[in-house]
Write a protein that binds this ligand. Structure first.
Ligand SMILES: Cc1cc2nc3c(=O)[nH]c(=O)nc-3n(C[C@H](O)[C@H](O)[C@H](O)COP(=O)(O)OP(=O)(O)OC[C@H]3O[C@@H](n4cnc5c(N)ncnc54)[C@H](O)[C@@H]3O)c2cc1C
Length: 266
């Protein structure tokens, strides 16, 4: 069985808010120098899910796939150190400023070039923009059934059985392989690579492909392929006003009711 896990490198979600500036003119977030970049935590859990499947199905090969800057190689290395078998890095100026569609298109095209796979795993959403679109997009483009928000994944007799998280509980859904599953944090903590695996990871193969290697339409990748129109990117200004209503408890209650009525809240 072959599993491809899509992993995105994101700014460290634990980083202080002050480490980011918004350039409203360029409509870009400018990370401060020294900001750490890490594998998106939901994607770590997707790698963990793949490793748990391999524990029960020893003939499984796990490929970690990332599109990003050359530094995204570190996210792939992290996946390899966790225990994945090989990596594919898509790094090319042509991929820059992709939106969710162009990202899904490029990742789907890469999976096709790899000869397909039995199971594609993604995080439920990337921890930077929280869009949660790319997984379903890859599934759509590859014609695969998609099961989202997995907290447990079992593969048996050519099908995937997923316990998925709902707002008020869980449900179990099955699909025939090949399929795509997006992994939620309820799966549980991802393993921390040990020293031996980290050293072994240095010898695992990482293939680097550019846009031309994938044979994809140039008009569909990166900024050229983006379908999302970003109207404005800004930090919302919060105007908090605090008014203390004077007087007795009765006056305060009456004053509060009056103000709530004026604000059309009651
Ligand atoms: C308002 C807004 C403004 C943005 N502005 C910019 C910008 O100025 N410049 C810019 O470069 N980007 C920008 N982006 C981000 C860009 O659109 C995203 O990189 C792109 O949409 C794909 O990631 P996502 O966050 O939508 O992924 P999601 O749909 O949240 O990701 C779901 C899963 O898909 C997989 N995945 C996602 N991306 C990758 C990847 N690259 N490689 C491998 N797997 C992946 C992961 O498994 C991930 O867990 C912006 C996004 C938004 C919402």
């Amino acid at each position: 069985m072959r599993i491809v896990v899509c992993v995105k490198q994101v700014p460290d979600p634990e980083a202080a808010f002050s480490m980011f500036k918004v350039d409203e003119q360029a409509k870009k977030v400018i990370p401060a120098p020294g900001l750490q970049w890490v594998m998106s935590p939901f994607d770590e859990q997707a790698v963990e899910a793949a490793l748990r499947i391999r524990k029960r199905h020893a003939d499984t090969r796990i490929t970690v796939l990332s599109m990003g800057l050359e530094t995204a190689r570190n996210a792939i290395k992290h996946g390899l150190a966790m225990g994945a078998d090989d990596g594919v890095l898509l790094s090319d100026a042509a991929f820059e400023d992709a939106d969710s569609y162009a990202t899904a298109y490029t990742l789907a095209g890469t999976i096709r070039k790899l000869g397909g796979c039995d199971l594609v795993l993604t995080g439920r959403q990337a921890a930077d923009w929280d869009a949660g679109v790319v997984g379903a997009g890859i599934g759509e483009l590859l014609g695969l059934p998609v099961i989202s928000f997995a907290m447990d994944i079992q593969v048996e007799r050519g099908a995937v059985r997923v316990e998925r998280v709902l707002d008020d509980g869980t449900e179990i859904v099955e699909a025939l392989l090949p399929a795509l599953v997006t992994v939620s944090n309820e799966l549980g903590a991802a393993r921390t690579p040990n020293l031996r695996e980290t050293m072994r990871a240095a010898r695992k193969p990482v293939t680097v492909w550019k846009a031309a290697d994938l044979g994809l339409a140039a008009s569909e990748v990166g900024a050229a392929g983006a379908r999302r129109v970003l109207e404005r990117l800004f930090l919302p200004v919060k105007n908090n006003r605090c008014e203390l209503i004077p007087g007795s408890a009765q006056d305060q209650a009456a004053g509060l009711a009056q103000r709530l009525r004026e604000a059309r809240l009651i």
